[in-house]
Design a protein around this ligand. Structure first.
Ligand code: PLP
Length: 447
């Protein structure tokens, strides 16, 4: 076992890390990162790692990005923060204006939050209160998808369906209705898939037709369920969800927290289905990994349900102290400018196609691969179960990290979601290391 550095010792003395069993760190303590540089993270000893998960799906344009650093410096010298309850500032206004240009038509009002989970809470509360204030107080239930992930606050867990996060807290959670999802699966024939998709749509139709009077909203991760293991489903299903929810006065909440801002090759993943949701949640890539900022984006129709004389009690009294922070807003404005001026979406599509071709070259037909999938700048490789072996992905990811490539495990899956600035040579290295790590692990388990 490698000797721990002084900072690692102190880290373990004081810090309780997220999404981890602290005891696991006895074996591999957290890496102390000293510097970020484009695609790379650099540790205490100067070792470089390719950040192929964009530091938890947030970084789009690389660490220490020159353009963003510049605007942070300017903004911080001007105004670092101001209460947003009854004050405003140009960065927030510019951000709203720039977003209206790129969001689906009809989404044009914005509420500000500081993380993804809290904007999910806001979306659910908004939907419930909308119905309460428009003559449908009985509409108070939520529908969500099987294997969904929408964050880990108590409300968000109610519409989530990833057991490791939910299980312990069930007694505290107000559980929503979950419906099946038609996952894309290359092992199914066209005919089999259509049958499966139609079953899923029918199940949703039955649920909505029988209980729409008590359903406020349906929430989805569009096209890809990230935390479930980058599971991908059909655009047609999403279109059907939109049609059914619209027909029965049920809000469609589109959680673009992970998939927004180009991840799937479109600015927002709902564009694959050509739909306009009622509510959209944005975070993560919104600030390209620089600042905790999140937005709930709504239609004028929803906004109007809250617009009344104060004494009518229709206000939306939900606030977060750091709502509308000017630094976060200014960064997000720059992110949108970079998209436009540097033609980022075309770049993601081109590199995505390259990623696809390379994945096929390296993983097609390999007996250890159960399935692999890709959309935009997201890829996942699922390894067959190995009898007697647990947390397989985790062990593979640890090997990859030793080789200088940061990928993440989910069960038997390893995935990558690199910043868009990754080069084709770096894509080659990422995939090659991924493959070597899998094969090295398999060889070790055989001996
Ligand atoms: C990350 C994520 C969230 C939660 O966002 P936090 O900022 O981590 O609270 C919600 N939904 C999806 C789809 C996410 O990927």
């Amino acid at each position: 076992m490698k000797k721990r550095s002084e900072l690692q010792e102190k880290d373990l003395q004081y810090i309780f890390h997220p999404c981890a069993q602290m005891k696991d760190f006895e074996e591999n303590p957290p890496l102390v990162i000293q510097k970020g540089e484009g695609l790379y993270l650099i540790d205490e000893e100067g070792k470089r790692y390719m950040d192929c998960i964009s530091s938890w799906w947030v970084n789009l344009f690389g660490h220490a990005n020159r353009r963003i650093n510049q605007v942070v410096m300017e903004q911080i010298n001007n105004l670092e923060h101001v209460i947003f309850a009854s004050f405003s500032h140009k960065p927030a206004i510019d951000l709203a204006e720039a977003l209206v240009e790129v969001l689906p038509k009809g989404i044009n009002k914005f509420l500000f939050a500081d993380n993804g989970s809290s904007c999910i809470e806001m979306a659910l509360k908004l939907s419930f209160q909308y119905h309460l204030q428009t003559g449908n107080p009985q509409k108070m239930k939520f529908i969500s998808l099987e294997n969904a992930y929408h964050g880990e606050t108590i409300g968000a867990l109610g519409v989530g369906d990833v057991d490791i996060f939910t299980q312990t807290y069930r007694p505290l959670i107000k559980e929503g209705r979950k419906v099946r999802v038609p996952y894309l699966d290359s092992r199914k024939s066209e005919e089999e898939f259509q049958k499966y998709e139609e079953e899923c749509i029918q199940e949703l139709r039955d649920l909505i037709e029988s209980s729409h009077h008590e359903i406020a909203c349906m929430i989805v991760e569009p096209m890809v369920q990230g935390a479930a293991g980058m599971l991908m489903y059909s655009a047609n299903y999403l279109r059907q969800v939109r049609e059914l929810t619209k027909k029965y006065n049920i809000h469609l909440i589109d959680d673009e927290i992970a998939m927004g801002f180009g991840r799937t090759g479109k600015m927002f993943a709902c564009e694959h289905a050509g739909i306009t949701p009622d509510i959209m949640c944005l975070a993560k890539g919104l600030s390209s990994g620089y600042y905790p900022i999140a937005l709930v984006c709504i239609t004028t129709d929803i906004f109007n349900a809250f617009y009344a004389d104060y004494k009518e009690g229709k206000s939306f009294l939900h606030s977060h102290t750091y709502s509308g922070n000017p630094l976060g807003c200014r960064i997000a404005v720059e992110v949108l400018k970079i998209f436009k001026e540097e033609n980022i979406l075309a770049m993601v599509q081109e590199k995505g196609a390259y990623l696809q071709a390379k994945m096929e070259e390296l993983f097609e037909g390999k007996d250890y691969v159960k399935s692999y999938r890709r959309i935009g700048m997201i890829g996942a490789i699922e390894i067959h179960e190995i009898p007697g072996q647990e947390r397989v992905g985790r062990k593979i990811a640890a090997l990859a990290l030793e080789k200088g490539v940061l990928i993440r495990p989910i069960g038997n899956i390893v995935y990558f979601m690199p910043p868009y600035i990754i080069t084709k040579e770096e894509i080659n290295t990422m995939l090659q290391v991924c493959k070597e790590s899998i094969e090295e692990y398999l060889k070790a388990t055989k001996n």
